[in-house]
Design a protein around this ligand. Structure first.
Ligand SMILES: C[S@@+](CC[C@H](N)C(=O)[O-])C[C@H]1O[C@@H](n2cnc3c(N)ncnc32)[C@H](O)[C@@H]1O
Length: 147
């Protein structure tokens, strides 16, 4: 764990989140945080350079963070988390991992879901690109892959 820089407004810590959250340096913030804003690795079905976990291991890993983050929140504090979608390898089927990860996170931390915001950008091409190209749209692709 290393302080990358600091200003009068705070410090930027360079570390694995797990290590920073369990370090004595952050202890004094317990119960004092209004908002935790995070964009963790997504439940992708392919490996990224930063070593994302796959499948149920991802779900369990993310859920553990609910226990690590919760002590820092004020009574009415919130966690805002970005979780991206993923598709099953080799078929035009959306993975349910991000949904399962969200539910496990809530269960594990005894947290309540305030609201889901869907990121919708009509100027982006629909994906995954190979299925959109092969079937015209991803819904048709899903039906045809089930016979
Ligand atoms: C989905 S990306 C978020 C990208 C970010 N929203 C952005 O726009 O740059 C996940 C990030 O989490 C980092 N990461 C992966 N495992 C981590 C860990 N254990 N602790 C802290 N950061 C981690 C990765 O290096 C990656 O940059």
């Amino acid at each position: 764990m290393r302080i990358a820089y600091s200003t009068r407004l705070g410090r930027l810590i360079h570390s694995k989140a797990e290590d920073a959250l369990s370090s004595s340096a952050l202890k004094r913030y317990e119960g004092k945080v209004d908002l935790i804003f995070t964009s963790p690795p997504f439940p992708l079905n392919r490996k990224k350079k930063y070593g994302n976990l796959l499948g149920q291991k991802y779900v369990d890993w993310l859920a553990e963070f609910a226990l690590k983050l919760r002590p820092f929140l004020k009574k009415r504090g919130s966690i805002v988390m970005e979780i991206g979608n993923a598709w099953e390898p080799g078929r035009p089927v959306m993975s349910t991992l991000s949904l399962r990860a969200l539910l496990s996170f809530l269960d594990r931390g005894k947290l309540l879901l305030c609201q889901q915001f869907i990121y919708f950008n009509p100027s982006r091409l629909p994906g995954p690109a190979q299925w959109v190209k092969a079937f015209g749209d991803s819904e048709v692709g899903t039906k045809s892959s089930q016979g």
